[in-house]
Design a protein around this ligand. Structure first.
Ligand code: ADP
Length: 261
């Protein structure tokens, strides 16, 4: 991987934010946003004294508004900072709050960068213990810019156990290494599907691809999330599984991962 940058710019913490966890993936559609949302809720559920925020920098395809059942424009504080929108106890900010719902973001790099700058620097988070950042998929400008501008506690990389997704997850992990962001581990998503009728288990995308990649990279697998209809339905209806069905096995998988992070 080549990183087109002249040295690392100086990182400046986000005011009031103690720890930043970024959730990344090599490919789109592997469950990165679903993981980011449920991880944020799981961090809050595991320790109710902690204040959690969720920042969606997936500029071209923001999913957080729908998954967290939020819409509208952020209000401005007295110092002209955007106030996050709140649901299920999580403070959220997303590109989706700044553009119309069905309006595509057709922007060149410079405009995207200025939006990222706004999302990183012009939000009044108050005091947060953890800010979970939903990155765009891949290893482009936005990922680099976020990694180089704010101190990041660690990155988690989401992948399905499929070769094509793992190859890109590998690149993602290498990118974080190059910019000195610690990779906390991999999350293997959609690893097993259990038929709700006969209980037979099928590894639709392969069984343990992320485990093998983790071994190759010397990383941990933080957990496995099954492919489950309830996870998809919960996200689509804006009632994420960790919030709406905290006692389910699927929610428990996220809750266990939050302990590892
Ligand atoms: P990404 O952020 O990687 O593009 P999303 O989180 O948007 O991926 O997930 C893509 C789709 O897959 C969504 O419809 C989501 O609800 C669904 N999905 C994600 N993880 C699971 C899972 N473990 N089981 C069932 N559906 C899932």
């Amino acid at each position: 991987i080549q990183i087109m940058s002249r040295g690392l710019p100086k990182q400046k913490p986000i005011e009031g934010v103690k720890q930043v966890i970024v959730v990344a993936s090599g490919k789109g559609g592997v469950g990165k946003s679903t993981t980011a949302v449920n991880l944020a809720l799981a961090l809050a559920a595991n320790d109710s004294s902690k204040a959690i925020g969720l920042l969606d920098v997936d500029v071209y395809g923001p999913s957080i508004p729908k998954m967290m059942n939020l819409k509208g424009n952020p209000e401005l504080s007295q110092s002209n900072l955007m106030r996050p929108l709140l649901n299920y106890g999580i403070a959220c900010m997303s590109m989706g709050f700044l553009v119309e719902e069905n309006e595509p973001v057709v922007w060149r790099g410079l405009m995207v960068m200025s939006a990222i700058e706004k999302l990183l620097r012009q939000v009044d988070w108050g005091q947060l213990d953890y800010l979970v950042v939903d990155m765009p998929p891949g290893t482009g400008d936005v990922q680099l810019s976020v990694s180089q501008n704010i101190p990041i506690t660690g990155a988690v990389i989401v992948s399905t156990p499929q070769d094509i997704a793992l190859m890109d997850a590998h690149k993602g992990a290498e990118m974080f290494r190059k910019v000195h962001v610690p990779v906390l581990g991999l999350i293997q998503n959609m690893s097993v599907f259990q038929c709700p009728k006969c209980k037979h288990k099928t590894h639709i995308f392969g069984a343990d691809g992320a485990r093998k990649l983790a071994q190759t990279l010397g990383l941990e697998v933080l957990g496995d999330i099954p492919l489950h209809l309830n996870i998809r339905e919960a996200s689509d209806t804006g009632q994420p599984i960790v919030f709406s069905q905290p006692e389910s096995d699927e929610a428990k998988a996220y809750l266990r991962i939050a302990v590892e992070v």
